[in-house]
Design a protein around this ligand. Sequence first.
Ligand code: FAD
Ligand code: PYC
Length: 416
Amino acid sequence: MEKYSLWSLAKHALSDHKGWTPAWRNAPPKKRYDVVIIGGGGQGLATAYYLAKKHGITNVAVLEKGWLGGGNTGRNTTAIRSNYFYPESSNFFDHSLCLYEGLSLELNYNIMFSQGGALTLAHTPHQMDMLERWSNSLQLQGVDAEMMTVDKISTRLPLLDTSREARYPILGGFIQGRAGVARHDAVAWGYARAADNLGVDIIQNCEVIDILQSSGRVQGVKTSQGIIQADKVAIAVAGNTSVMAEMTGIKLPIVSAALQAMVSEPIKPVLDGLVVSPTVHAYISQSDRGEILMGGRADAYPSYGQRGSLPALEDVISAVLNMFPSFSRLKLMRQWAGIVDLSPDTSPILGKTPVTGLYISCGWGTGGFKAIPAGGDTLAYTIANDKPHDLIAPFGLDRFAKGRFINEAAAAGVDH
Ligand code: FAD
Ligand code: PYC
């Protein structure tokens, strides 16, 4: 690998992008693979990496219809936390957080993970009770969580309106100190480079237009670059999941809708970590570049239209100004949307499907960036062994038939 010195950084900065070593090969598709993964987002790339790294399965292709990380992985607000209510979820998401803690080293790629904490606010006595229960439940699972008084919150966040005159006065909150943010592109690129180094073929501009099966067993995929045969196929296409699953006759309980976010002009550091208010329906953090990053709930209307809308921006901005009135002086710089895959209980759907050799990773909705390492690790295990990893056994598609929902709507932060 190329060694970086100040001199080489300066040379690259002035090189007009010429002579750079690509981070992964531009692989032409082979006729057959042991495993084909559809979707070059974080989930697909991490699955490919762990298949190669932990299970020695390297005859693997990741097929991406656009560019790597151009879906939700490159559009999200990068909150990484494991403060989910039910043990099934907190165990899974804490495994992910632990993997994130070592990911820059594991991939030899700086994913810029910084653990500034995630603070959830309560505005009513009922919410305070809920947060107490929630943080107690986390502590019982060995996951860090701490209740915060208003005084402590106001010391941490001097710009937050903690007065009794606020429209929704804050009564307290709870914080997960190990929560944080990472650079989203770096997570995708780090996994892609590491998977490529282990022999995985990454094929961009390759849209899957059909999934081939015979006698209830997957045979491969039909793509914009021709037919590719495979013993096993995994679907990791986020908001496009129900369309893709329907190609195999599987109807999924997934609704696709736009989730929007926005950033202000950059300012000096004024915010520590992530702040979430389920009451005003907004969350906010400050990026490394200084932008104030804001978002809220997914659009109520199902759609594949990956664009913004003024009413959603107005909702989020008015919610944020309830909390941080001084931000009314900021200029909005950019907004964007991604199409998220919402499941009925706000938990992911991971594992085997009724078609032999076909696996699925979806239902991540508004929260699958934090789950990229654990989603990839556990789906790779499931594909390699054709048996669900213990951590994801509760998240199988069969839970809807069995009525074993894992309703994490509250832990999604703002209701979705
Ligand atoms: P994606 O990254 O969307 O990857 C799927 C890929 O499949 C895409 O690149 C797409 O082009 C490709 N694809 C689709 N159809 C085909 C096809 N037919 N053939 C080939 N390729 C195909 N999560 C958090 O944990 N924390 C957050 O703070 C957070 N904030 C969010 C904010 C916003 C605005 C949005 C939109 C999402 C947010 N999320 C967050 C959710 C998170 O981004 C997603 O859950 C996560 O990125 C899902 O990863 P993925 O790899 O499954 O999907
Ligand atoms: O999952 O923590 C989260 C999140 C924050 C904003 C969007 N998703």
